[in-house]
Design a protein around this ligand. Structure first.
Ligand code: CAA
Length: 266
């Protein structure tokens, strides 16, 4: 039996729970393989995230690997006998693109190692919170390959060419503090506070307008894909769109009445 945590029958490699009814938490759960991202785990994770996406109560999602490790990356045992054509047919790396399509914000709560595909998974999330002794990196070069789930693209966009080259070509791991300094993490907190901080941030986001949150996430994501001119145009139209929402009416009214707004996502 691989898992030591009681988990719902539906997902073998993931534990899901709701926090305060508005935050969905997905915990990677393959402790014996250091949460290596097998195809089964990725399928379960995407299933769980899509469920949270459909759930009207959920306004923010947390992806974590638990208190000890986020993930040691792609499952090396699974890829050891995999040829190019098998990999192409498997579509395993497509899961990362699908996760990026989730409209609700995702907070990655990172303890311990966050390596290879694990870091690539974290980089599909929107806010990255790590414990001070976390270690992050793209060590694929050490086993004769390279990042294949977005590392060369998302890492480069996050930290710039020269830091990305340093990490990807040497495979060296960086501390949470260094990762924070180069722009790879949103926040660094004491190890034991990672999930608490992630929940605090998720609850804060959950209190905002879900419409504004979704549209703002979309705009920031598009900044990685569009020219500045197109991105600014997209942002402006998105802003105009939100001006017509009930949530905007409520937000402005609550501000003038000096009370907390209640957003309904309309
Ligand atoms: N895949 C499958 N199994 C893994 C694994 C991985 N990525 N990482 C660790 N494991 C397994 C080990 O084989 C070991 O299993 P057994 O007990 O059955 O031997 C178990 O997890 C514990 O691992 P270690 O004994 O190595 O633990 P450690 O504490 O000494 O070292 C570590 C931890 C530094 C994370 C080390 O395990 C390690 O370097 N792992 C590989 C990291 C890596 O190279 N990741 C990139 C993978 S390729 C990739 O991700 C491609 C991509 O971009 C999509």
């Amino acid at each position: 039996m691989e898992s030591q945590i009681e988990q719902p029958k539906k997902y073998r490699n993931i534990v899901t729970e709701k926090y305060d009814n508005v935050v969905g938490v997905a915990t990677l759960n393959r402790p014996s393989a250091l949460n290596a991202l097998s195809s089964g785990l990725m399928k379960d994770l995407l299933g769980a995230l899509n469920e949270f996406e459909e759930d009207q109560d959920i306004r923010c999602v947390i992806v974590t690997g638990g208190e000890k490790i986020f993930s040691a990356g792609a499952d090396i045992k699974e890829i050891s006998n995999m040829g190019s054509i098998d990999a192409l047919k498997s579509g395993n790396l497509d899961y990362f693109d699908e996760i990026q399509k989730i409209g609700k914000p995702i907070v990655a709560a990172i303890n311990g190692y966050c390596l290879g595909g694990g870091l690539e998974l974290a980089m599909t999330c929107d806010i990255l919170i790590a414990g001070e002794s976390a270690k992050l990196g793209q060590p694929e070069i050490n086993i004769g390959v390279m990042p294949g789930a977005g590392g060369t693209q998302r890492l480069t966009r996050a930290v710039g060419k020269y830091k990305a080259m340093d990490l990807i070509l040497t495979g060296r791991l960086v501390s949470a503090q260094e990762a924070f300094e180069i722009g790879l993490l949103s926040r660094v907190v004491p190890d034991e506070s990672v999930l608490t901080e992630a929940k605090r941030v998720a609850l804060d986001i959950a209190s905002k307008s879900p419409l504004a949150t979704k549209v703002a996430k979309d705009c920031v994501t598009k900044a990685f894909e569009m020219t500045l001119r197109d991105g600014l145009e997209f942002e402006r139209k998105s802003f105009y769109l939100l001006l017509g929402s009930e949530d905007k009416q409520e937000g402005v009214k609550a501000f003038t009445e000096k009370r907390k707004a209640t957003f309904r996502g309309r």
